[in-house]
Ligand binder design. Structure first.
Ligand SMILES: C[S@@+](CC[C@H](N)C(=O)[O-])C[C@H]1O[C@@H](n2cnc3c(N)ncnc32)[C@H](O)[C@@H]1O
Length: 215
C-alpha cells in the first residue's frame, strides 16, 4: 500500500517536520514567484470563497485574505495540527478575520456551499491517490470557478543526474515533504476533463496548473 494513503501516517510525518519545514522549503529552492502566480491563477476578487487544500503553515493565507476581502472567506484545510498552529499565528498576527483553519482530512470535508476556487498548495504530491483528491474537490467547485495546483516534479532535463540518485531522493522525500516521485500529477489533472493551463518554474521542476470548471 502507498503509505501516503494512510492519513495518520501523513499527519505524524508533517507534525514531526513542522519546525524544519521552512528550511526544507529553502533547500528545495521553492520559487516564491510560483506561489504568487498560483494565487493570481485562482482569479479571486472581493467576496470570493476559496478552499486551500493542505495549507500547512499558511504561506498564502494573507494574500488570499486580502483578495477576497471582508465579504469573502478563506478556508485552510490540513491534517497536521502542528502545521496549522503556525498558520494560526499568521492569522492572529495579521488579524485575518476572514480566514478559517480546519484540521481535517480533505476527504471528510464538504463545504456548505460550492466554492469559487480550490488551491492545492504543494499538497497533491503528498496524496496517496491524487486523482481521488482532485475529483473530490472538483465536485465542490462552482461552475465558472478555478482550480489551481502548485506542485513539483523531478526536472526532466536532469534525469541523467537524478536517475542514479533515485534511492536517496525517494528516501529523503519520504522523510520530509512526502513528494511522490512516481506520481504523474499532470495526467491526474487531465482526467478531470478540462483544459490544463501550465506554467513552469526552475527548469520544469515546479509548476502552476490552472483549470476552469466550465460545466
Ligand atoms: C508539503 S505540505 C505543503 C504545505 C503548504 N501548503 C506549503 O505550501 O508550504 C503538504 C500539506 O498537505 C497536508 N495534507 C496531506 N494530505 C492531506 C489530506 N488528505 N487532507 C488535508 N491535508 C493534507 C499535510 O498535512 C501538509 O501540511
Amino acid at each position: 500500500m502507498n503509505r501516503r494513503s494512510d492519513t495518520h501516517w501523513v499527519k505524524r510525518r508533517f507534525d514531526r517536520i513542522t519546525p524544519y519545514y521552512p528550511w526544507i522549503e529553502r533547500l528545495l529552492l521553492v520559487p516564491q514567484n510560483a506561489r504568487r502566480r498560483a494565487v493570481e491563477g485562482l482569479q479571486l476578487g472581493p467576496g470570493g470563497h476559496v478552499l486551500v487544500v493542505g495549507c500547512g503553515q499558511g504561506p498564502s493565507l494573507e494574500a488570499l485574505s486580502k483578495l477576497v476581502g471582508p465579504e469573502g472567506s478563506v478556508v485552510g484545510l490540513d491534517l497536521s495540527g502542528k502545521m496549522l498552529q503556525r498558520a494560526q499565528r499568521i492569522v492572529e498576527q495579521k488579524a485575518l478575520s476572514n480566514v478559517e483553519l480546519l484540521q481535517q482530512n480533505l476527504f471528510q470535508h464538504t463545504p456548505e456551499e460550492p466554492v469559487d476556487a480550490v488551491f492545492f498548495e504543494f499538497s497533491l504530491s503528498s496524496f496517496g491517490d491524487p486523482h481521488r483528491g482532485l475529483k473530490h474537490t472538483w465536485s465542490h467547485l462552482k461552475v465558472g470557478g478555478w482550480m489551481v495546483v502548485l506542485d513539483g516534479q523531478l526536472p526532466p532535463k536532469l534525469r541523467w543526474l537524478t536517475r542514479p540518485l533515485m534511492p536517496l531522493i525517494r528516501w529523503t522525500l519520504e522523510r520530509t515533504v512526502l513528494g511522490d516521485t512516481d506520481m504523474r500529477p499532470i495526467e491526474a489533472l487531465e482526467q478531470l476533463g478540462s483544459e490544463v493551463h501550465l506554467e513552469w518554474f526552475r527548469r520544469r521542476t515546479y509548476f502552476v496548473a490552472q483549470l476552469l470548471k466550465s460545466q
